[in-house]
Design a protein around this ligand. Structure first.
Ligand code: G3P
Length: 217
Protein backbone atom coordinates (compact mmCIF):
# COMPACT_ATOMS: atom_id res chain seq x y z
CA UNK A 1 0.00 0.00 0.00
CA UNK A 2 1.45 3.35 -1.02
CA UNK A 3 1.92 5.87 1.80
CA UNK A 4 -0.65 8.64 1.91
CA UNK A 5 0.76 12.20 1.96
CA UNK A 6 -1.71 14.88 3.12
CA UNK A 7 -0.41 18.43 2.71
CA UNK A 8 -2.37 20.71 5.03
CA UNK A 9 -2.27 24.30 3.76
CA UNK A 10 -3.72 25.51 7.09
CA UNK A 11 -4.20 29.32 6.95
CA UNK A 12 -0.64 30.15 5.95
CA UNK A 13 -0.55 33.00 3.40
CA UNK A 14 1.62 30.71 1.25
CA UNK A 15 -1.43 28.43 1.10
CA UNK A 16 -4.14 31.04 0.65
CA UNK A 17 -5.90 32.42 -2.44
CA UNK A 18 -3.77 32.42 -5.59
CA UNK A 19 -0.83 31.07 -3.56
CA UNK A 20 -3.04 28.10 -2.65
CA UNK A 21 -3.80 27.41 -6.32
CA UNK A 22 -0.11 27.63 -7.23
CA UNK A 23 0.80 25.22 -4.40
CA UNK A 24 -2.06 22.90 -5.36
CA UNK A 25 -0.67 22.71 -8.89
CA UNK A 26 2.82 22.00 -7.51
CA UNK A 27 1.35 19.15 -5.43
CA UNK A 28 -0.45 17.82 -8.50
CA UNK A 29 2.76 17.99 -10.58
CA UNK A 30 4.80 16.14 -7.95
CA UNK A 31 2.05 13.51 -7.63
CA UNK A 32 2.10 13.00 -11.40
CA UNK A 33 5.91 13.04 -11.67
CA UNK A 34 6.44 10.61 -8.79
CA UNK A 35 3.28 8.48 -8.74
CA UNK A 36 2.92 9.19 -5.01
CA UNK A 37 -0.51 9.59 -3.37
CA UNK A 38 -0.70 13.30 -2.49
CA UNK A 39 -3.84 14.90 -1.08
CA UNK A 40 -4.23 18.56 -0.12
CA UNK A 41 -6.34 20.14 2.65
CA UNK A 42 -7.31 23.72 1.84
CA UNK A 43 -9.41 26.56 3.29
CA UNK A 44 -13.14 26.59 2.45
CA UNK A 45 -12.80 29.80 0.43
CA UNK A 46 -10.21 28.13 -1.83
CA UNK A 47 -11.82 24.72 -2.17
CA UNK A 48 -14.19 25.21 -5.13
CA UNK A 49 -11.79 26.70 -7.65
CA UNK A 50 -8.86 24.50 -6.60
CA UNK A 51 -10.89 21.29 -6.86
CA UNK A 52 -11.92 22.33 -10.38
CA UNK A 53 -8.30 22.81 -11.49
CA UNK A 54 -6.34 19.88 -10.02
CA UNK A 55 -6.81 16.14 -10.37
CA UNK A 56 -5.45 15.20 -6.93
CA UNK A 57 -7.88 14.81 -4.00
CA UNK A 58 -8.79 18.09 -2.29
CA UNK A 59 -9.95 17.91 1.33
CA UNK A 60 -11.54 20.42 3.68
CA UNK A 61 -9.69 21.20 6.91
CA UNK A 62 -12.89 21.04 8.97
CA UNK A 63 -16.64 20.47 8.75
CA UNK A 64 -19.33 21.25 11.31
CA UNK A 65 -21.78 18.65 12.61
CA UNK A 66 -24.79 20.57 11.33
CA UNK A 67 -27.73 19.96 9.03
CA UNK A 68 -28.66 22.64 6.48
CA UNK A 69 -30.41 25.65 7.99
CA UNK A 70 -29.64 28.65 10.18
CA UNK A 71 -26.02 28.02 11.17
CA UNK A 72 -24.27 31.26 10.20
CA UNK A 73 -20.52 30.91 9.79
CA UNK A 74 -20.47 27.12 10.00
CA UNK A 75 -19.19 24.76 7.32
CA UNK A 76 -21.98 22.54 5.97
CA UNK A 77 -20.73 19.11 4.83
CA UNK A 78 -22.93 19.37 1.71
CA UNK A 79 -21.23 22.68 0.84
CA UNK A 80 -17.74 21.24 0.71
CA UNK A 81 -19.04 18.23 -1.21
CA UNK A 82 -20.67 20.52 -3.76
CA UNK A 83 -17.35 22.41 -3.98
CA UNK A 84 -15.60 19.21 -5.02
CA UNK A 85 -14.04 18.04 -1.76
CA UNK A 86 -13.23 14.32 -1.58
CA UNK A 87 -12.73 14.27 2.17
CA UNK A 88 -12.10 16.28 5.32
CA UNK A 89 -9.90 16.57 8.38
CA UNK A 90 -11.91 16.40 11.61
CA UNK A 91 -10.79 17.49 15.10
CA UNK A 92 -7.43 18.91 14.05
CA UNK A 93 -5.42 20.17 17.07
CA UNK A 94 -6.08 23.69 15.83
CA UNK A 95 -9.85 23.08 15.50
CA UNK A 96 -10.78 20.80 18.40
CA UNK A 97 -14.27 19.27 18.75
CA UNK A 98 -15.96 17.17 21.42
CA UNK A 99 -16.52 13.46 20.82
CA UNK A 100 -20.25 13.91 20.13
CA UNK A 101 -19.50 16.42 17.34
CA UNK A 102 -16.76 14.19 15.92
CA UNK A 103 -19.18 11.25 15.78
CA UNK A 104 -21.82 13.36 14.03
CA UNK A 105 -19.26 14.69 11.54
CA UNK A 106 -18.14 11.17 10.63
CA UNK A 107 -21.77 10.09 10.13
CA UNK A 108 -22.54 13.13 7.97
CA UNK A 109 -19.33 12.72 5.95
CA UNK A 110 -19.98 9.00 5.39
CA UNK A 111 -23.46 9.73 3.99
CA UNK A 112 -21.85 12.15 1.51
CA UNK A 113 -19.03 9.82 0.53
CA UNK A 114 -16.36 12.06 2.06
CA UNK A 115 -13.17 10.40 3.34
CA UNK A 116 -12.67 11.20 7.03
CA UNK A 117 -9.31 11.84 8.72
CA UNK A 118 -9.89 12.24 12.47
CA UNK A 119 -6.98 13.84 14.30
CA UNK A 120 -5.89 12.85 17.83
CA UNK A 121 -3.22 14.41 20.08
CA UNK A 122 -2.18 11.19 21.84
CA UNK A 123 -2.44 7.38 21.57
CA UNK A 124 -5.26 7.05 24.15
CA UNK A 125 -7.47 9.52 22.29
CA UNK A 126 -6.50 7.89 18.99
CA UNK A 127 -7.71 4.54 20.31
CA UNK A 128 -10.93 6.05 21.62
CA UNK A 129 -11.73 7.94 18.39
CA UNK A 130 -10.93 4.94 16.19
CA UNK A 131 -14.08 3.31 17.66
CA UNK A 132 -16.05 5.92 15.71
CA UNK A 133 -14.73 4.26 12.53
CA UNK A 134 -13.32 7.15 10.52
CA UNK A 135 -11.33 6.22 7.42
CA UNK A 136 -8.07 7.34 9.03
CA UNK A 137 -6.80 8.39 12.42
CA UNK A 138 -4.04 11.04 12.36
CA UNK A 139 -1.80 11.20 15.44
CA UNK A 140 -0.34 14.68 15.94
CA UNK A 141 1.23 15.64 19.29
CA UNK A 142 0.37 19.37 19.44
CA UNK A 143 3.66 20.39 21.02
CA UNK A 144 5.60 19.24 17.93
CA UNK A 145 3.29 20.82 15.33
CA UNK A 146 5.11 23.51 13.36
CA UNK A 147 8.51 22.60 14.83
CA UNK A 148 11.58 21.01 13.25
CA UNK A 149 11.27 18.05 15.62
CA UNK A 150 9.67 15.13 13.79
CA UNK A 151 7.19 13.04 15.79
CA UNK A 152 8.54 9.89 14.12
CA UNK A 153 12.03 10.55 15.47
CA UNK A 154 11.30 12.33 18.77
CA UNK A 155 8.34 10.20 19.90
CA UNK A 156 8.45 6.80 18.12
CA UNK A 157 6.87 5.20 21.17
CA UNK A 158 3.60 7.09 20.81
CA UNK A 159 3.29 5.95 17.18
CA UNK A 160 3.84 2.32 18.15
CA UNK A 161 1.38 2.72 21.05
CA UNK A 162 -1.24 4.34 18.81
CA UNK A 163 -0.93 1.58 16.18
CA UNK A 164 -1.52 -0.96 18.94
CA UNK A 165 -4.60 0.88 20.23
CA UNK A 166 -6.40 1.27 16.91
CA UNK A 167 -9.11 -1.11 15.79
CA UNK A 168 -7.77 -3.75 13.41
CA UNK A 169 -7.47 -2.33 9.90
CA UNK A 170 -7.75 1.29 10.95
CA UNK A 171 -4.87 3.08 9.16
CA UNK A 172 -2.82 5.55 11.18
CA UNK A 173 -1.33 8.72 9.73
CA UNK A 174 1.21 10.74 11.69
CA UNK A 175 1.99 14.45 11.65
CA UNK A 176 3.93 17.17 13.48
CA UNK A 177 7.40 18.33 12.58
CA UNK A 178 7.71 15.98 9.61
CA UNK A 179 10.00 17.52 6.98
CA UNK A 180 12.08 14.84 5.24
CA UNK A 181 11.62 11.45 3.64
CA UNK A 182 13.73 10.06 6.49
CA UNK A 183 11.03 11.33 8.89
CA UNK A 184 8.37 9.67 6.70
CA UNK A 185 10.21 6.34 6.49
CA UNK A 186 10.72 6.33 10.26
CA UNK A 187 6.95 6.69 10.70
CA UNK A 188 6.16 3.98 8.14
CA UNK A 189 8.57 1.59 9.88
CA UNK A 190 6.60 2.13 13.11
CA UNK A 191 3.34 1.17 11.39
CA UNK A 192 2.00 4.47 10.07
CA UNK A 193 0.38 4.40 6.62
CA UNK A 194 1.17 8.01 5.74
CA UNK A 195 1.78 11.51 7.01
CA UNK A 196 0.17 14.91 7.45
CA UNK A 197 2.55 17.77 6.71
CA UNK A 198 2.11 21.53 6.72
CA UNK A 199 5.00 23.95 7.38
CA UNK A 200 7.74 21.80 5.83
CA UNK A 201 6.10 22.20 2.43
CA UNK A 202 3.75 25.20 2.63
CA UNK A 203 6.36 27.54 4.19
CA UNK A 204 9.32 26.23 2.14
CA UNK A 205 11.20 28.69 -0.09
CA UNK A 206 11.08 26.03 -2.83
CA UNK A 207 7.82 24.18 -2.21
CA UNK A 208 8.29 21.75 -5.10
CA UNK A 209 11.77 20.75 -3.93
CA UNK A 210 10.52 20.36 -0.34
CA UNK A 211 7.64 18.14 -1.46
CA UNK A 212 9.89 16.01 -3.69
CA UNK A 213 12.28 15.53 -0.74
CA UNK A 214 9.35 14.60 1.51
CA UNK A 215 8.09 11.90 -0.87
CA UNK A 216 11.62 10.63 -1.47
CA UNK A 217 12.16 11.55 -5.12
O1 G3P B 1 -2.07 18.73 9.82
C1 G3P B 1 -0.68 18.59 9.84
C2 G3P B 1 -0.04 19.62 10.70
O2 G3P B 1 -0.72 19.83 11.90
C3 G3P B 1 1.43 19.36 10.93
O3 G3P B 1 2.06 20.60 10.96
O4 G3P B 1 3.81 22.21 10.35
O5 G3P B 1 4.32 20.29 11.90
O6 G3P B 1 3.95 19.86 9.46
P1 G3P B 1 3.63 20.74 10.66
Amino acid sequence: MQPQYIINFKTYLQGTGKNALELAKICEKVAKDTGEQITIAVQPTDLLYIAKQVSIPVFAQHIDAIESGSHTGHILPEAITAAGAKGTLINHSEKRMDEKEIKLCIERANKLGLTTVVCAPDPKTAGKLSKLRPDYIALEPPELIGTNTSVSKAKPDIIEKAVGMLDIGMPLLVGAGIKTNEDVQAGLKLGAKGVLVASGVVKADDQEAALKELVGH
